[in-house]
Design a protein. Structure first.
Length: 217
């Protein structure tokens, strides 16, 4: 399963990239606003920090303007993945861009039928928002299972990118279902490394090692 980080904070991205476990980055207009930086400038910097796909979102709602925005975004770097919303104009744009060799992430997916449409439009990634479904009393992970089943039924190559991840259980369930990618905030990714018994085990081993009076080097 690929791990993307969902942020426009370049310090976090650089720090997580150093682990060697980061496969890409997703941003959205809210995350750009939170960064306080210029959109095109921050996307360019992110693209230099990771080799994998960096999702940058078009903000126009009509197909013609989305195509113009996509041209600007694609010009930033080869690893830009244009993000478009799951609307008729968004999917028209998706089909045109992927037919032209661009990577496209179709965002704001909340139903399996929407995911089916995105796959038919040739999306590189479909982003179902599990956290926002859960927030509204719905079952985000059930949507991931449904999309996996549908995509496998028809051998769609669109990758399921689990988005709006709120906690490590979302990551665990996504991996069990066989989602291709998950994108999570930096804090959620960092929390995956931790276990209280790992910390306790290290403390015990180091304590006993010191009592041996030995050194490896
Ligand atoms: C994904 O690409 C989105 O940027 C993101 O996962 C949205 O998450 P949120 O629901 O926490 O805003």
């Amino acid at each position: 399963m690929k791990f993307f980080v969902d942020t426009a904070d370049t310090r976090d991205i650089a720090d997580l990239a150093q682990t060697g476990l980061l496969d890409g980055v997703t941003t959205n207009p809210s995350l750009i606003h939170k960064s306080g930086r210029k959109f095109l400038e921050v996307v360019k910097e992110i693209c230099s920090l990771v080799e994998g796909p960096v999702s940058a979102e078009a903000v126009a709602l009509d197909h013609a303007t989305m195509m113009k925005e996509a041209a600007v975004l694609r010009n930033i770097a080869d690893n830009v993945c244009v993000k478009v919303p799951l609307t008729i104009d968004g999917l028209k744009t998706c089909k045109a861009l992927t037919s032209d060799g661009a990577m496209v992430n179709v965002t704001l997916c909340f139903s399996a039928n929407q995911a089916l449409l995105a796959a038919k439009a040739g999306a590189t990634f479909i982003s179902p928002f599990v956290g926002r479904l859960d927030d509204n009393g719905l079952d985000g992970m059930q949507l991931i299972s449904d999309i996996r089943l549908i995509y496998d039924n028809y051998n769609f190559v669109t990758e399921i990118l689990v988005a709006s991840v709120r906690h490590p259980i979302h990551v665990l369930e996504s991996a069990k279902i066989g989602a291709d990618v998950m994108t999570a905030p930096p804090a959620v990714i960092r929390s995956l490394f931790n276990h209280v018994l790992t910390d306790k085990g290290i403390a015990g081993f180091i304590d006993d090692w010191q009592k041996t009076g030995q050194s490896i080097l």
